[in-house]
Write a new protein. Structure first.
Length: 136
């Protein structure tokens, strides 16, 4: 009986070690986007807006708290852009976690989780996201 228990424990420990360990996290290379013209080049404004919308509604997870023209949980995108522009503030720096929130800073703790997503956006993705936000 003790042999079965020892064997089972050894099997369980080995399984846990293999399942949980040994995986190194690799940094992902900056994403490269092909334009509709078939080139790997600067995106056109319409391509940036499409990519920005895709990030806003998808992996950016922005729609959980923000709408274009109405306050949901967080301020509307229009209010955010207007506020950052009026104060000469850098929206890119805020979304990268390098600047303080200036629009409803009391709600910032709810936004911190999403900053882990926006901090990892490539330059093209961030530019596209901000272009989309400005288009709303």
């Amino acid at each position: 009986m003790t042999t079965i228990i020892k064997t089972s424990l050894l099997f369980l420990a080995t399984t846990l070690f293999v399942a949980c360990g040994g995986k190194e996290q690799k940094e992902q290379p900056e994403a490269v986007y092909e334009s509709e013209r078939g080139e790997t080049a600067e995106l056109s404004m319409s391509e940036k807006l499409k990519l920005g919308e895709k990030i806003f509604t998808g992996k950016g997870n922005c729609t959980t708290c923000h709408m274009a023209d109405k306050k949901l949980i967080g301020p509307s995108m229009q209010d955010i852009v207007k506020g950052y522009d009026a104060n000469g503030a850098d929206l890119d720096a805020f979304l990268r976690g390098k600047a303080d929130a200036i629009i409803e800073p009391a709600q910032f703790p709810m936004m911190e989780a999403n900053l882990t997503i926006t901090k990892k956006l490539s330059a093209v993705e961030m530019e596209s996201l901000i272009a989309y936000m400005r288009s709303l």
